[in-house]
Ligand binder design. Sequence first.
Ligand code: ADP
Ligand code: MG
Length: 688
Amino acid sequence: MTTKQVPSTLQKMGLDSPMALALHLPSRYEDETELFTIEEALNQGRFSSTQTQGVVVRNQVLFRPRRQMLVTIEDHTATLQLRFLNFYPSQQKQMAVGVHVRVRGEVREGFQGPEMVHPTVRAVAADTPLPTSLTPVYPASAGVSQTVIRKAVAQALRHPSLQDSLAEFLPKKLMAELIPGNDWPSLQSAISYLHQPPADANTQALLERTAPAWRRVQFEELLAQQISLKRAHAIRRERHAPSFAQPVKSKSFEANLLKALPFKLTTAQERVWEEIGHDLEKSFPMNRLLQGDVGSGKTIVAALAAARVMDHGYQAAVMAPTEILAEQHYLKMKEWFEPLGVRIAWLSGSLKAKEKRLAQEVIENGEAQLIIGTHSLIQENVSFSKLGLAVIDEQHRFGVRQRLEIQQRLGAELFYCHQLMMSATPIPRTLAMTYYADLDVSVIDELPPGRKPITTKVVKATRRDEVIGGLESWLSKGLQAYWVCPLIEESEVLQLQTAVESFEQLTQALPKFKVGLVHGRLKAEEKAAVMAAFKANEIQLLVATTVIEVGVDVPNAALMVIEHAERFGYAQIHQLRGRVGRGSADSVCILMYAEPLSMAAKERLQTLREVSDGFVIAERDLSLRGPGELLGAKQSGDAMLRFVDLQRDAWLIELAQQAAERLLAEHADLVERHLERWLGSRAEFLKA
Ligand code: ADP
Ligand code: MG
């Protein structure tokens, strides 16, 4: 089959070769292998699909209560009514009186007795033979019919090139050793089986994707991913990066920073700093994730890494996904490094053209030693004079494309520098073994001393006045508070409006205190001004949309009220409430919710009230939403592993990992073919 023979609608779905079609596996099946008389069909249990046939004895189009077509068919046992709420003239013709049709659908109780609504209909003679295999139903874009896909797939499966593309090349011996009692079919038979399972196939195992044929396909896919990750790892170790040993002189930035700190590093911070310091001494680029719950003190560790690099005359860059976050880093780093004489540059999208040019200039000529900013650090025309370290905060919150850009910029285009990612979202084990396999991980599993646990309360929105009353006595003690307004995903305007309403209401209700408002529509300087006033306690209550997210640090603000908490996800609330509990006061987070609550929201709020461990919350989150969002973008997960479900198939990952190691070591020649078969153009995404 040449690509010309594949209809353009299919090519648009990416189904442009026999191999692509062969790997376009059904999402479910229909059983057309059995045929019942109408009487039998009527007597079967409701809600399950059945197939029967008969002659059309009546066909009428009604206009009340709405336009619809009613067709009655009959065999020697009984009659059956078919109802179509949408229909084409061609269907009227197809089901004209006297035509013999075969129909498939669910028999349901209608107003006038049992009927099939929108059955699948084929006009065929009564003795037309039944298929011997289950009928595949394929994932399809709108407007692409199953018939077209089925035909193209069947044709593809007969194509001679498939013999080669699906050829077995996993050594038998290897498979036997890895999987004792292996009952998996060969890849080629697994694929044909999945497209055309025999009538007696275990449909449950097919649907749940646990059948041996599915296992075989999933294994191959995971294997490709593991190989590709291991190769990325090997390639990284062959690259050259400057090596930064611990400076001997006592006047280093590193030593001075440690000396000037108003606190002592926690044991966990010391441990991760040692791990990172070790990486920096190597002559290949570091690729490390620093993981730690909100407030665990990741920033100082990043600052130490930056100090080490600057001590060697190299530049360090710190990048965050949002302007607010980047700004927080900027302020913190300024506080720590300016007294030491470090020249810091700030670069964000909202800078005026002239300021931007100025920043770019000092970055390029090497005057700037520490560069902090948003994505614009790599997007704008920035060339570093001597970049030694890139710190990327909350990396998963950059989009997939942006991440790819970052990697490309930091890799090939510039030169290879050390990379430190930071995240408050823990990576569950299955993800760590797959998408993040080429990432070394350091964990800060301890909060700085003196942190009080946050008490989380769940309160109905009808008790808003009481909450405001409590807020007043809280502020009267000289403490500050946040009021977080609901997230309204559909409309930023609406979100702003509710924030303004709450702001006005609270300003009126709390005349003795200064209430501030910060939201996404404010300019960067305006935001910064409000935040600064809040930090200086010129503002006591800060009403905010979620722009305060991760990173804001005001220890005197130990109370947070979250309106419509039911609209937030696990991670959002956990990170939001991480803003409080930073000072010496007891911290409280009040989750206000409006009825009606969905079961999921109820469970979420309850968990958040009872659990404060970010790792536990992340696990719950993952089991609920799947890995897509953790990875930063839904499609990234889908694009790489099409047939594997990280939870269901966790045990396969380990197997694939072992197989990948052995293949690379013993059968390097097979590796290329395997990757090509599975990943093709998607291989790039694995690096992001
Ligand atoms: P996150 O890990 O969420 O980025 P930060 O780095 O912002 O946390 O740290 C939270 C707060 O804790 C900051 O005010 C920081 O200065 C402070 N901090 C960090 N490490 C320690 C420590 N060892 N002892 C006391 N306070 C610390
Ligand atoms: Mg942080």
